[in-house]
Design a protein around this ligand. Structure first.
Ligand code: ADP
Ligand code: MG
Length: 231
């Protein structure tokens, strides 16, 4: 438990830090990016601007992840249909998945209960997870998204890929800031997912077999329907 406490304290600290600096960085970043883009438009053959732009994009995605962490104070929870959230996110990521030869299949239990969640945050979680799955399949493949009723009062969302997988001993390190195996990774995606799911009183579980694939399961509490009582 000592390790778990340290981990959540670290996350809380990061959240506070994020709130303080992310906004401050984003403004000058946007302005620098604008000027470099103008410069590139006038000198399209200039290679250095491309590098500068791609590095700016990298900073931008790091700052973006921190902003997600900084948001929870302003979070708006509302009754949501998981089916609709997932369809929206799959539509959003469709281009990227097609470019990578990845097909996404979605399967829902009938009569799924509603959940109470922060729409933007939950979409961010699904987007981060689908993105990781796509990136885990450099030669393409399938992703199955399954939404099921779990035991009373719970719903399960599984994202199953056929990617490179994660070695067993690495699974506990996932969710720690800046752990990445990708050249252009930020190592902040899963940390953000853990943080958001924790804020929804849910659970995030990772199961993986190297060279077979990874299954991520999100378990969320559902909204219990009040009984309609005749008076
Ligand atoms: P990033 O994607 O920027 O590297 P994440 O926090 O999203 O950061 O993921 C951290 C690391 O976890 C990844 O670099 C990768 O090694 C591993 N990982 C996450 N999801 C998967 C997956 N579906 N399949 C294989 N490895 C994964
Ligand atoms: Mg990621």
């Amino acid at each position: 438990t000592e390790r778990i406490i340290q981990k959540s304290e670290k996350l809380a600290l990061l959240g506070q830090m994020a709130a303080g600096i992310a906004h401050e960085i984003r403004n000058p970043l946007t302005s620098i990016k604008g000027f470099i883009q103008l410069f590139q438009a006038s000198y399209p053959k200039e290679k250095y601007t491309e590098i500068v732009l791609s590095e700016l994009e990298r900073i931008n995605s790091i700052v973006g992840e921190f902003l997600v962490l900084a948001k929870p104070t302003a979070a708006v929870f509302a009754e949501q249909d998981v089916k609709i959230l997932i369809k929206d996110v799959v539509t959003l990521i469709n281009n990227q998945s097609m470019l990578n030869n990845v097909q996404i299949f979605v399967e829902f239990d009938s009569h799924l209960p509603m959940v109470s969640c922060e729409e933007k945050q939950m979409k961010q979680v699904l987007l981060n997870l689908l993105q990781n799955s796509i990136e885990a399949m450099p030669k393409g493949g399938n992703i199955d998204v399954k939404v099921m009723k779990k035991e009373e009062g719970k719903i399960s969302i599984q994202i199953i890929d056929q990617g490179i997988g994660i070695p067993k001993e690495r699974i506990p390190t996932l969710g720690e800031p800046f752990y990445t195996t990708k050249e252009k990774g930020t190592g902040l995606g899963l940390m953000t997912c853990y943080k958001i799911i924790e804020g929804h009183n849910g659970e995030l579980k990772i199961d993986s077999i190297v060279n077979v694939g990874t299954t991520i399961e999100i378990i969320l509490p559902t909204i219990t329907q009040p009984y309609l009582q005749g008076k």
